[in-house]
Design a protein around this ligand. Structure first.
Ligand code: SF4
Length: 74
């Protein structure tokens, strides 16, 4: 299954990933960074598996992240 990896510490809270895939991302009200839904925290790096159906929107989110901290592994 494809995997999303989010290097959350470097997030600048621009909201672009939320716009591309709102069912996966939201801006955390407390620190203004984005949260990846259902992701497991591995030392500050958040990882979750996704289905092929959700691949394209998250690839767009990764491509448009201005600080390039979203990786999608297929
Ligand atoms: S697109 Fe990147 S910088 Fe912007 S909120 Fe999402 S993860 Fe953070």
């Amino acid at each position: 299954m494809p995997k999303i990896i989010h290097y959350r510490n470097k997030c600048i809270g621009c909201n672009s990933c939320v716009e591309h895939a709102p069912s996966f991302w939201n801006i955390n009200k407390h620190d203004g960074k984005s949260d990846l839904h259902g992701a497991k925290n591995k030392n500050g790096v958040f990882v979750t598996e996704i289905t092929m159906l959700d691949l394209e929107k998250n690839k767009k989110a990764a491509k448009d992240c201005p600080v390039r901290i979203i990786k999608v592994e297929e």
